[in-house]
Every structure is written in C-alpha cells, then in structure tokens.
Design a protein around this ligand. Structure first.
Ligand SMILES: [Zn+2]
Ligand SMILES: [Zn+2]
Length: 427
C-alpha cells in the first residue's frame, strides 16, 4: 500500500483550503508563479522517482539480507503492546536518522545540491511542502542503512518513512502561528518556518522531521522571534521558474568551482566540504557578491494577464496528467509511463518559460503543441500501454490541441489589448 499516493488527494484539498483562506484574508501567501514552480518540482520529483526509487530499495534489501544483526519477523509488528512499542521505536529511529540526513543535507555541499530545491521557494505555503528534489535518491538512502543493519523489516521502515514525509506536509504553512508547548517537542509550522529562513540567526537550524527534540538535543534549535520576521528562500536565489534547473543549479555552481580550482585536492574535495566553502584561488578569481538581506526582493517577472490565465489552465492539465500517470504507473510500471512523463516534463518546462515572460516562450509552446505532443501521443499509441482505444486517444489529443492553440491565441490577443490600454493610460 503506497501511503504517500493515498495522501495526495488530501494534500491537494488542504492546499486549496489554504489558498481559499489566503484569498479571503488577502494575506498574499500565494503567488501563482512560485506555487506552480514548487508543484512542478514536486511533480518532477515524483515522476523521476518512478525510474529511480528501486535503487534505495535494492540497496536496503541487500543490507538486510546480508548484514542484519537481529532477525525481526514482520509478524512481531502486530497490534499487541509489544508490536506497537516496536512500531514506535522504528518511527523514532527513522526520525533520528532523518535529523542527521537533513543536517548533512545542509552542511555538506553535494548533499545540499540535492536538497536546495526544497528551499528555493520565496513564499511559504503548502505548495512549498511538495517542492521536493529529483536527485535525492543518489545519497539519501545511506543515512538509513544503520536501521537495516539492526534488522528492522523493509516493509516497516518504508511505512515509517511515508508517515514521516506525510507528517512534514502540514508544517509548511503561515496560517498556523504558534502552538505553545508543542513548538518545543514537535516540528511545527513555527519552528519549520525558521528552517526555511535565510536570516542570519535562523540559518542551519531546526532540522527535525517529526520531533524538534533532536535539534534541542544536538544544539541546532532556534525559536521563531517576533522581532525577526522570517525571509524565506535561499541566499543564491534560483531566479527563474525552470523546475529542471532548480534541481541542477547548485551542482552547476560546484562544477564551476571544481573546473576552475587549480589543485586536484580542491577539485575533488569541494563536493564533500562544508556548504559555501570555495577553493581560495577560485574565490580570488571569481568573487561572489555578499548577500544583502535588506536588499532582498522576491523573483517575480511580470507576465501579461491573458498568458497568466493560459498558464493556469495548462497547469490544471499538468495536475490531471500527473494523477493519470500515477494510476498508469501503479497498473503497468515504469516502462508504460516513460513517454507520458516526457510529455508532462515538456509541459512543465514550457510553463516555466511562459511564467518568466521570455520572448521565445510562446514559440516554444507552439512547437510543443504542434510537434512534441503529436509525436509523443503517436509513440504512446504505438506502445499500446493505455487501456483506451486508439480513436479515443486521438480524439482527446485533437480536442486538447485545438483548445490549447485557440486558448493561446485568445491569451495573446487579450495581452495585446491590456498592453495597449496601459500605454493609453500612461500617455
Ligand atoms: Zn532543509
Ligand atoms: Zn520544509
């Protein structure tokens, strides 16, 4: 049973509820471009996960088979008091390993490169929770290996991992302010807001997943202060809406420094040193401007009204496609979803371009509609993984393309009119 997949409808409902509260209060917690970028990163992480999530499972299974110290049958984890105590122990042990995984993810460069995606949002709302990395599968699993050496069954640990992740969803909100004593025991919205801050005093704090007690124990706890409002985001901003680049940006910084470092020690060492460390010769030749928090402005390029509506409508298509692909994956596995995923990734990429207001974005969108989508659908029809008959597939694709081209045309006309109106007013 995939608990995370079961939780997705509740995630979406909670997100819509938070958005409704935000609109009613006029509190400005949501910007469409930032939320779309976060949800695109989340979609990318889930769909890339279809092709990568076997890696940790194979590694963990191997450790369990060959190195487990205690033979713990799954039957021990029943509803008896002993079974419940074992479940709680497994959940706490997982949360403990999560703390260290998360802490190293901030403190070591190559791990930060994977984790930074989660922190790039300059807003803080439930869409930020879904903003997850696509490259975490590379190293994340290593931190949980000790639990498999102890001998906890794979099924139990996969379940407590899912519970841990699901728990972390609700803390990404500004709608809940403080929670009294709970703020000192559990990870809550207040102390996780601190974790997402770029203010000096909040940096590298509050790494906990479910319990904030680990931070209090290991000296990384910081309380949210009324006199220091949280500024969300990272100090080297992403400054675009490309969900692919969001996953590569920090690797690119590291690669740049590694290429330009003169000493081999630095070329290799840079990946495993403290985040932010740069080889002295590279720092001297390519200095980076210091961060000035007072001058911080959210990335928010203007986009004409008509195109904004078009992007929102196409993002609705992306959400529906993501749910459809998830169902197809559950039924037919990774091979069946490869082409649909490529089409979805092209859509997410082009929505980023449109939200950035790039001059070539509309041309790229037209190419997607007239070339990429028909070619992809032809491939999907030939592969024959879909249960729908071919004529329904073509009718659906035709209707989508016609509506999209008409919608794009209408959006451009509307945008031209708005620009004209603005010019007349400013004249
Ligand atoms: Zn983090
Ligand atoms: Zn977070």
């Amino acid at each position: 049973m995939d608990l995370i997949a079961l939780a997705v409808p509740f995630f979406l409902l909670a997100l819509i509820a938070e958005l409704a509260i935000d609109r009613r209060r006029g509190s400005g917690l949501y910007r469409a471009n930032d939320a779309i970028n976060s949800l695109s990163a989340g979609t990318l992480s889930t769909t890339i996960g279809y092709f990568t999530k076997l890696l940790p499972l194979i590694a963990w299974g191997f450790v369990l088979e060959n190195f487990a110290l205690i033979d713990m049958p799954l039957a021990w984890f029943d509803a008896s008091p002993r079974g419940i105590a074992l479940w709680v122990t497994a959940a706490l042990a997982w949360d403990f390993c999560y703390y260290w995984f998360h802490r190293f993810s901030h403190e070591i460069s190559i791990l930060w490169a994977a984790h930074a995606v989660h922190h790039q949002s300059e807003d803080y709302n439930l869409s930020t929770a879904l903003r997850q990395t696509s490259t975490g599968f590379l190293f994340g699993w290593i931190f949980y290996v000790p639990l498999f050496v102890i001998g906890f069954p794979l099924e139990v640990l996969v379940t407590v991992n899912a519970v841990n992740l699901i728990y972390q969803f609700w803390v990404h909100t500004q709608v809940v302010h403080r929670m009294g004593a709970l703020d000192r025991i559990l990870v809550t919205p207040s102390n996780h807001r601190v974790h997402h801050a770029q203010n000096e005093i909040y940096i590298d704090k509050n790494y906990g997943g479910m319990l904030i007690l680990w931070d209090r124990l290991f000296g990384t706890f910081e309380d949210e202060r009324d006199d220091e409002p949280v500024v969300f985001g990272v100090r080297k901003p992403l400054a675009n809406w490309n969900p692919f680049w969001a996953n590569l940006q920090v690797y690119d910084y590291l690669l740049f420094d590694a290429r330009h470092a003169r000493r081999w020690r630095d070329k290799l060492g840079i990946w495993f040193r403290r985040t932010g460390w740069r080889p002295p010769d590279v720092e001297a030749r390519f200095p980076r401007r210091p961060v000035e928090l007072a001058a911080f402005e959210k990335f928010d390029p203007p986009v004409a009204g008509g195109l904004r509506h078009y992007v929102l409508a196409q993002f609705g298509v992306a959400v529906a496609a993501t749910l459809g692909i998830a169902a197809l994956f559950a039924e037919s596995g990774a091979n069946a979803v490869l082409l649909p995923c490529i089409l979805l990734w092209a859509l997410l990429y082009t929505l980023g371009l449109l939200n950035e207001g790039r001059p070539y974005a509309v041309r790229f969108e037209l190419a997607r509609l007239l070339v990429i989508v028909p070619a992809g659908m032809l491939g999907i029809a030939l592969a024959g993984h879909l249960a729908a008959p071919a004529h329904w597939l073509w009718a659906g694709t035709g209707a989508y393309l016609a509506a999209s081209v008409a919608g794009l045309y209408a959006a451009l006309q509307l945008s031209k009119k708005t620009v004209l109106k603005h010019e007349l007013i400013s004249d």
